[in-house]
Design a protein around this ligand. Structure first.
Ligand code: ADP
Length: 275
């Protein structure tokens, strides 16, 4: 367990002196989670789950114990990217995450459903309650970095998740075709209201590389991420291309075998800023 930082908004310790007014939930008493990073986006489909997966894989390769809490309950794509077929198990003391091939602990609603194609047609409070249980009732053993694949947007469900799980920082994922300035502003305001550090922003689908001449083609036009990030005083941590190999690795459930280095700098920053 990490040391108590005396700031209940960001600390993951379950001290008796925890601020009773806080909405933050305690993790399971048998859990040990050092750092928790939220990955957020303004809408679905921008690559939030992809980046969450790459972060967990990259830090795992660096010898750290990583975990993914898939809070994107209505679009849970993490188990598929890792090729996980088995169901999560439980005992009278709590639920257990499923371990990926390289040992990343994963919990997702798709690991609880009989059939992964069953749609999750639940109302907001039930979804938020499920995510809270992934934090409070799952035994997360010896985790250095947990990544939370947040529900997209800034509505009721992401707000509840933000309030209940003690995040040490967030990473904002955007794409060039979004209304970037508004989306980043909303995410920044939400994080600031909850006193959560913003580690930076990642632009996904920035360009595609011509397989013949190597030219970078900006499919969605010029990016405005640098100006937007500067306006809010945050760092652009990476600009990722549309990479067919990455899409293939995730579709085939072998994201852990993907060899690209897109997440290296991101992980340097995470390790540095959450020391
Ligand atoms: P979100 O979590 O934001 O809803 P996903 O991470 O599930 O989005 O990504 C949506 C789809 O796009 C997935 O099939 C994923 O494999 C693919 N994808 C994401 N980023 C890239 C990329 N940089 N290059 C190629 N495919 C990508």
């Amino acid at each position: 367990m990490s040391e108590c930082t005396h700031n209940c908004e960001t600390c993951t310790q379950n001290c008796d002196s925890r601020d009773p007014k806080s909405f933050l939930e305690r993790s399971h008493e048998m859990s040990s989670i050092k750092k928790v990073i939220g990955v957020v986006s303004g809408k679905g489909g921008v690559g939030k789950s992809m980046i969450t997966s790459l972060l967990a894989v990259t830090l795992k390769r660096r010898g750290l114990n990583t975990a993914i809490l898939d809070a994107d309950v209505t679009g849970p794509s993490i188990p598929k990217a890792f090729g996980i077929k088995e169901r999560a198990s439980a005992s009278s003391i709590g639920m257990f995450p499923v371990k990926s091939k390289t040992g990343i602990d994963i919990m997702s609603v798709n690991l609880l459903l009989e059939d992964e194609t069953t749609p999750v047609v639940w109302r907001g409070p039930i979804i938020a309650g499920t995510v809270k249980q992934f934090w409070t009732d799952v035994i997360w053993d010896d985790v250095d970095y947990m990544f939370v694949d947040m529900p997209p947007g800034t509505g009721d469900v992401p707000l509840t998740v933000f309030q209940s799980i003690p995040l040490d920082g967030i990473i904002i994922v955007t794409s060039p075709q979004e209304l970037v300035s508004m989306i980043v502003a909303k995410a920044v305001n939400m994080a600031k209201a909850m006193n959560i550090p913003i580690l930076g922003v990642v632009e996904n689908y920035s360009f595609a590389k011509c397989p013949d001449c190597g030219k970078e083609i900006k499919l969605f036009g010029e990016s405005h991420i640098e100006e937007t990030a500067a306006e809010h005083g945050i760092e652009v941590l990476a600009k990722l291309p549309i990479d067919p190999d990455l899409a293939k690795a995730s579709d085939q459930g072998v994201i852990e075998l993907y060899q690209g280095d897109y997440a290296e700098h991101l992980c340097d920053v995470i390790e540095e800023k959450t020391k």
